[in-house]
Write a protein that binds this ligand. Structure first.
Ligand code: PPS
Length: 405
């Protein structure tokens, strides 16, 4: 829906191997913003490789994106954008798997699919709100030789692969990063090519990359090339956490209360889901030697046990004393108090977060859902589980734990 017809942009074309779809998206006005989060700018040179490792990608070996993208039907889109104000730029669904993404994803889908992962990359993959940030901080710290002091924001140390797809398309890219991009890619436009994609691509090895994209939207060779840490969280706590997040971030700006959110969530109308499909794809790969499947609840229950698993998986060879230091550095209260891992203040300043909606690093517990799930929502939950019964009944999620980390 275009609110201002005079500013209607040319139709966006979604191309897939077997179909071509055209739709329009609204762009109300361009907003100049020189910074996403002030701290992010800290010494970009220090983390970028020269030359960029994948600067030649996509290569002659590039694969055509094999799936089809469809815009949401007009009625559903209109309904959603009334309740999720940030979704006004449109949403696209992967026809074959149901994954729902903001419309800009269409521009990058093939690039993500062809992203060249390197042998020493570690990919932290999750459905949103399942422990990504915690795991990113742990993995980065372990792979940096226990660097507890470098004051780089997490998104710089372990870039968010598909963030270009999630950004508000009205916003100008971060000026300093765009400058760096142009210096390295003369004649190319960072908004077209993807600034965050560039950051992920150009970061120095060994790279730790964050993604909420499921396996099916990434290069099929990923687990054979690089290590993947997949973190899963029980869907009740994940949905409560996602509810708060969707109210907080301006790219969603959800206006309702939890019951309404849960309705959208279970109808697969919240971006980066469906939850069960995402987890299923991770679960299916759990026995792959390059995939470590970890539950958030297990980390909460016994962080040292899970740290040891990670230590073995990453081959980092730390002693228990060293792992204890990582656990301390990455525990909830410490991550909440560091602006590098909890960028709430900076994001509020630049209008990316909405005031009065809490913090990015919020509560960090298992069982918060008990304060939200009424008998009606329990019933809705059970019906939803029934619908996804194969995967939903197989994965042994914990909804409460015995001991806090
Ligand atoms: S995101 O935005 O999708 O990347 O969010 P993600 O990091 O996956 O998940 C956010 C939830 O994780 C909690 N969190 C933590 N829990 C325990 N320990 C630590 N160190 C930690 N850091 C972040 C965060 O508070 C979110 O959960 P909720 O339930 O909302 O508090």
């Amino acid at each position: 829906m275009c609110r201002n017809p005079r500013k209607r942009r040319k139709p966006m074309t979604l191309v897939s191997s077997n179909q071509k779809t055209t739709f329009t998206h609204s762009v109300v006005k361009r907003v100049r913003s020189s910074a996403c989060c002030g701290r992010l700018l800290l010494d970009l040179h220090a983390i970028l490789a020269l030359p960029a490792p994948g600067s030649d990608q996509p290569s002659a070996m590039s694969r055509t994106f094999p799936l089809s993208l469809e815009p949401l039907d007009a009625a559903t889109q209109a309904e959603i954008e009334k309740r999720f104000l940030g979704c006004r730029f449109g949403l696209v669904r992967v026809k074959e798997t149901g994954f729902l993404m903001p419309a800009p994803y269409a521009k990058y889908a093939e690039k993500y699919y062809n992203f060249k992962f390197l042998e020493d990359d570690v990919v932290v993959m999750t459905h949103p709100k399942c422990g990504t940030t915690w795991m990113q901080e742990i993995v980065w710290t372990m792979r940096s030789g226990l660097d507890f002091d470098t004051p780089l924001e997490l998104g710089v140390r372990s870039p968010f692969l598909e963030f270009d797809s999630l950004e508000n398309p009205e916003l100008e890219p971060l000026a300093e990063w765009a400058e760096e991009f142009r210096a390295r890619n003369p004649g190319k436009d960072p908004k077209e090519e993807g600034l965050y994609l560039f950051l992920a691509d150009s970061s120095k090895s060994p790279r730790t990359i964050k993604t909420h994209l499921p396996f099916s939207l990434l290069n099929p060779s990923l687990p054979d090339t690089s290590k993947v840490v997949y973190v899963a969280r029980n869907p009740k706590d994940a949905s409560v956490s996602y509810f708060h997040h969707q109210r907080l971030v301006m790219v969603s700006e959800f206006l309702g209360e939890f019951p309404e959110f849960f309705d959208y969530f279970t109808k697969d109308l919240v971006t980066q889901g469906p939850f069960w499909k995402h987890v299923e794809e991770g679960w299916e790969k759990r026995d792959h030697p390059n995939v470590l499947f970890i539950f958030y609840e297990d980390m909460k229950e016994d962080i040292m046990r899970e740290m040891r698993r990670l230590n073995a998986f990453l081959g980092t060879g730390y002693t228990d004393d060293q792992l204890l230091k990582v656990a301390e550095h990455t525990k909830f209260s410490n991550m909440k108090s560091r602006s590098t891992t909890n960028p709430t203040e900076a994001a509020l300043k630049v209008g990316r977060f909405k005031a009065g909606e809490g913090e990015f690093v919020r509560k960090g517990v298992t069982g918060d859902w008990t304060a939200y799930f009424t008998p009606e929502l329990e019933e809705k939950f059970e019906n939803w589980v029934e619908k996804w019964k194969g995967v939903a009944k197989e994965i042994p999620f914990k909804y409460k734990i015995n001991k806090k980390a």
